[in-house]
Design a protein. Structure first.
Length: 261
């Protein structure tokens, strides 16, 4: 099951690599600056960017650290990220194909790890956080940004179903309190947690970036239009059922530090 999920993610994101490099929602946004503010990167750092996707986070951090390792499970995505970053003169970035749940690095290697808008694809998110803790140096930081869901369990699973219909490689989003638990259980001290609400995600653009068929888009529209009250309070849909349909996306940023003792 886990292998099938990862193979599905590799296949989908291999096909869609250039779309994610070009995606404005991934390439820009105040959240990239928030990540820098949270991290406070230092010039001597070696930083690992896991599930680098189009390479936008790696490129954003590269001028502030000694070296960035851009890592991704999907070789075609990694190649697209490399081409993009090299066009932007990201000369201190290296590239490694590796699994986020089985990182190909020795222990105590990195000063910081970033992972932006990706963990909802990981079948075993706790294993991912454990692996990050292993390869961080004592005192190093893990900084994650990802889609998040409401605390209400039924509403959270409805949002997951909505996301999974659009992208079958979607596994699960975590609420903020769940991320705190994952960090603490893996031996990280949580230093900061922030929720970000991004209003007005255009449903058609969001769906077409994943190559959704008209049939799937129609069902996404139905899910948006028929969402229960708790989900509507979270997604705040506007114009459901029309070409101009929008909804809100929610993200969590969490920063944890590996204990030095």
């Amino acid at each position: 099951m886990e292998r099938d999920s990862k193979a599905q993610a590799q296949a989908r994101f291999g096909q869609l690599a250039q779309a994610y490099v070009a995606s404005l929602s991934h390439a820009s946004g105040d959240d990239l600056e928030r990540l820098l503010t949270f991290a406070q990167p230092q010039p001597d750092w070696r930083l690992l960017d896991i599930a680098t996707g189009g390479g936008h986070t790696a490129l954003h951090f590269a001028p502030h650290v000694r070296q960035v390792i851009a890592a991704d499970l999907t070789p075609r995505m990694l190649m697209a990220a490399r081409q993009f970053i090299q066009r932007q003169s990201g000369e201190n970035v290296a590239y490694v194909a590796t699994d986020a749940e089985n990182l190909a690095f020795p222990a105590n290697r990195f000063d910081a790890i970033t992972c932006r808008i990706a963990p909802h694809h990981f079948p075993d998110c706790f294993r991912f956080v454990q692996e990050c803790t292993r390869v961080l140096k004592p005192g190093g930081i893990l900084l994650i940004e990802d889609n998040t869901v409401p605390d209400d369990e039924r509403a959270a699973r409805y949002v997951d179903s909505f996301e999974r219909l659009r992208d079958p490689s979607h596994h699960r989003c975590y609420a903020g309190y769940e991320w705190e638990g994952l960090f603490l259980d893996a031996g990280l001290e949580v230093e900061a947690l922030e929720h970000i609400q991004k209003p007005g995600t255009a449903l058609l653009d969001w769906a077409e970036r994943q190559g959704c068929s008209p049939y799937v888009i129609e069902h996404l529209q139905v899910m948006l239009a028929q969402a229960p009250a708790a989900v509507c309070d979270w997604l705040r849909p506007i114009g459901a059922g029309t070409r101009d349909a929008t909804f809100d996306h929610h993200y969590v940023i969490i920063k944890g530090r590996k204990r030095s003792d």
